[in-house]
Ligand binder design. Structure first.
Ligand code: MTE
Ligand code: HPA
Ligand code: MOS
Length: 791
């Protein structure tokens, strides 16, 4: 009667549709409640000479205005390096950086107050590009290195050496619920804060630090988030601290809910990367050596940038064994909002780089990129050591490559695509298969821990609380299934409760795709402890002197919601009956579980270690159609095949794969962050920032996984699934690169990421112009394909 492995509905499935699901701004207004917002820097780089709040304070409805002076010296914070200030003291480092917290009775008063704030600023020269930051040597943290082998020899002995620079852009999280928080003041300087955060413990900690409270004076509660995607791993903390400041100072409940535009303007995004690479390979396409220098745009403060760079570096080789390799990673400081975690956490940026290189090797050798990928793929027993010294075990990639090529009829379709390109005067097609190998575990050892609380009630129902937070990914449903199975009861008998620092202390962010791995494992451990006590009690209960039965825990069976002694199977108890009897016998029916991920460690001094418990892998093939005159891109078909172990809930995992792929496709195609010359985000709403919608989903879209029963490393042989499939969006980008290669006349086609319609059109035009052929029917700026045969 296992419920693990079943497609039970997501615990919010109905509520999301009916509107019953509660988000922060659905919480009813409390008596006396204040609205909170902030006023931020008008310039990307400048120094405040004077700030005048007198007029703003006079506006009717404005209750309080706070600056850093009200924080009593507790202004500094940051998740790794404490280089952030909640409120600017003097130096402003990005547009919108909070300077004044405004608390008011109405939104109108807030809007008027913002206009009435007077500031005199000295403007300073801003840094907006990675190149400029490198020139000025503006870095965050130090440059780190992972290396092995002998690169010099590899470059000397290779048939081919190729170098270049590859740029990939940022991405807005575009969660539907913006950053949101309500803080309620309590007695004795305590606060209860409801926050849309992936990381309630960090919100608790930072509020305490900023307000000069002790941790136990602050409780942070998270019911659910309306999406997070990494954007609420650290950056929910700032609004939470502001609302908490107002609640503490005014003794009134305080609500801060950003509107979409302000959220997009002032919060950090996926890190843009600029990478210099040099690769050595032989005439078959076997890679002998790779040097890559990653530079990321960290924005104005460290946030998680160094850790994100670390993940990019440990994903620089993706699915490929590269014997000689040197990877460096440097975070640049610029005058944009601090960039932050975003689904994949640097992994996609690291992987995009090597996938671009593979396409370029294929173009150089005029070979199928699939064959280059297959040739360089990690082996099963050999060629399986990562550059950082972790052996890649249980490698399903060769199988997945082969199976997917067959299922998607890759070779025939590629031949058709190339024939089409030789024929069509108006359109181009492209096709590519790209893999992902994503390391599972936080790449910071101590974060790999979690605790859970399981309470069994007298009617046999169960409440579970963990440090994990629900953001739509289905964590609650998976934990519900795991715990139900430990007691052999139906899923409906288990509810996963709101996350609260009052129940689960010192927890990590729900991130690194390991929410279920860590919190599900902790919940299972807690449930098992209770089950053992129930078994001990049941063995005594079922022992019958007249039958000569002495208590034997080994004979107690849980089956289909009933418990019995296998020596006397006619006498059965329901779970509820057993629980009630155990209660009267004074058996403890509540328990905590604690889990730590075994064996993970990494040393940045040596660039070596075992950062990951296991890898989630997969491949996708995408076929695209491009309009040569407009650059318009359509995805005709995508086939995905992954190894996600044994899913706890196949329907939820299918949703994760589908959603992550589409989000990845958005990153590599349409989502482009445009800034003005003064550093203001221009694409700050859905009218100017294009995320994929239903029409953008591939016309044919097949999602599947292999039957892998062997992942003994993780709870119920499942695998983490939240982030890895995002990387497969790169198959769409690689297909565009393939299409360009079909008309590049043997040149390596250059393509930045995202491959927007505009970028594609520019590249087509460039290719047409660089080939001195007779003008075609349409002259540039429209793209043309030279040398096409007459139709
Ligand atoms: N799925 C939904 N629906 N909403 C989200 O915000 N975040 C992603 C992924 N899937 C996200 C999501 C990210 S960035 C991570 S790290 C994981 O979910 C976190 O949850 P998990 O560890 O429980 O998979
Ligand atoms: N993923 C997400 N968040 C993190 C990680 C990671 O690998 N490491 C530290 N914080
Ligand atoms: Mo996900 S970027 O680890 O929150």
């Amino acid at each position: 009667m296992s419920v693990v492995g079943k497609n039970i509905p997501h615990d919010s499935a109905k509520g999301h549709v009916t509107g019953e699901s509660l988000y922060i701004d659905d919480l009813p207004f409390a008596r006396n409640e204040l609205l909170v917002d902030y006023w931020g820097s008008p310039v990307a780089h400048g120094r405040i000479r004077s700030l005048n709040l007198e007029e703003a304070a006079k506006i009717p409805g404005v209750v309080a205005l706070f600056t850093y002076r009200d924080l009593g010296g507790h202004n500094h914070f940051g998740p790794i390096i404490e280089d952030e200030m909640l409120l600017v003291e003097e130096l402003c480092e990005y547009i919108g950086q909070p300077i004044v917290v405004i608390a008011a009775e109405t939104r109108k008063a807030i809007a008027q107050a913002k206009k009435a704030i007077q500031v005199d600023m000295e403007t300073l020269e801003p840094v907006f590009t990675i190149d400029d930051a490198i020139a000025k040597r503006q870095f965050i943290g130090t440059t780190r290195v992972i290396q092995r082998g002998d690169l010099d020899t590899a470059f000397q002995q290779a048939d081919h050496v190729l170098d270049g620079t590859f740029i990939n852009g940022g991405q807005d999280h575009f969660y539907l619920e913006s950053q949101a928080v309500i803080a309620y003041p309590g007695e004795h300087q305590t606060l209860t804060v409801h926050s849309s955060t992936q990381n309630p413990s960090e919100v608790q900690r930072e509020i305490a630090n900023i307000l000069g409270l002790q941790h136990h004076q602050v409780v942070c509660v998270t019911k659910r988030m309306g999406g997070a995607f990494g954007g609420k791993e650290t950056q929910a903390t700032h609004p939470a601290a502001m609302a908490a400041l107002v609640a503490l100072k005014t003794h009134r409940p305080a609500r801060l809910v950003l509107n979409k535009d302000d959220d997009m303007r002032t919060t950090g995004k996926r890190h843009p990367f600029q990478n210099n690479y040099k690769v050595a390979f032989n005439r078959d396409g076997l890679i002998l050596g790779l040097q890559v220098d990653f530079y990321s745009d960290g924005g104005a403060a460290a946030d998680l940038s160094t850790s994100i760079m670390g993940r990019a570096m440990t994903h620089a080789e993706n699915a490929y064994f590269i014997p000689n390799i040197k990877i460096t990673g440097t975070v640049c400081k610029t005058n944009f909002p601090p960039n932050t975690a975003f689904r994949g956490f640097g992994g996609p940026q690291g992987i995009a780089n090597i996938e671009n290189i593979i396409e370029e090797i294929a173009a150089t050798l005029q070979q199928d990129a699939y064959d280059i990928r297959r040739l360089n793929c990690y082996g099963l027993q050999e060629r399986n050591m990562t550059p950082y010294g972790q052996v890649f075990q249980n490698n399903w990639l060769p199988t997945i490559f082969n199976q997917l090529a067959e299922r998607a009829d890759y070779k025939n379709r590629r031949a058709e695509v190339e024939a089409f390109n030789a024929r069509s005067r108006t359109h181009l097609k492209g096709i590519s298969m790209t893999p992902v190998k994503f390391g599972i575990s936080f790449n910071t050892k101590f974060l790999n821990q979690g605790n859970a609380l399981v309470n069994v009630y007298l009617d046999g129902t169960v409440q579970v609380s963990t440090g994990g937070t629900e953001m739509g990914q289905g964590l609650n449903t998976k934990i519900q299934q795991l715990v139900a199975d430990e007691f052999h009861i139906p899923a409906e008998s288990v509810i996963v409760m709101s996350t609260s620092t009052e129940k689960n202390n010192n927890t990590s962010a729900t991130a690194a795709s390991s929410g279920t791995d860590i919190n599900g494992s902790a919940a299972v451990i807690a449930a098992q402890k209770i089950r053992e006590r129930l078994i001990e009690f049941a063995s005594r209960h079922f022992a019958l002197k007249e039958l000569g039965l002495i208590p034997s825990t080994g004979h107690i069976q849980f089956e289909a919601g009933q418990i019995y002694d296998s020596r006397n199977p006619d006498k059965k108890l329901t779970f509820a009956e057993l629980v009630k009897l155990a209660y009267f016998d004074r058996v403890n029916l509540g328990e905590r579980g604690f889990y730590t991920t075994p064996g993970v460690d990494f040393n940045w001094e040596t660039g070596q270690g075992t950062p990951f418990l296991y890898f989630t892998t997969g491949c996708a093939v995408s076929e695209v159609l491009i309009d040569r005159f407009t650059g318009e891109l359509k995805v005709l078909r995508t086939d995905i095949l992954m190894d996600i172990g044994k899913p706890i809930n196949p329907g939820i995992d299918r949703g994760q794969i589908t959603g992550a792929f589409i989000q990845g496709m958005g990153w590599v195609t349409t989502e482009e962050l445009k800034f003005s010359a003064s550093g203001e985000l221009l694409s700050h709403s859905p009218t100017t920032y294009k995320i994929p919608n239903i029409q953008d989903v591939p016309e044919i879209f097949n999602v599947d996984w292999v039957d892998n029963d062997g992942n003994h490393m993780n709870v119920r042989r499942s695998k983490a699934v939240g982030e890895p499939p995002l990387v497969l969006g790169l198959s769409v980008w690689a297909a565009v690169k393939h299409a360009l290669g079909c008309v590049s006349g043997g040149q390596i086609p250059k393509l930045n990421l995202p491959a927007t319609n505009e970028e594609i059109l520019m590249r087509l035009t460039e290719l047409a112009e660089s080939r001195s052929v007779a003008p075609s029917p349409v002259t540039p700026p429209f793209a043309v394909c030279p040398n096409e045969p007459e139709n």
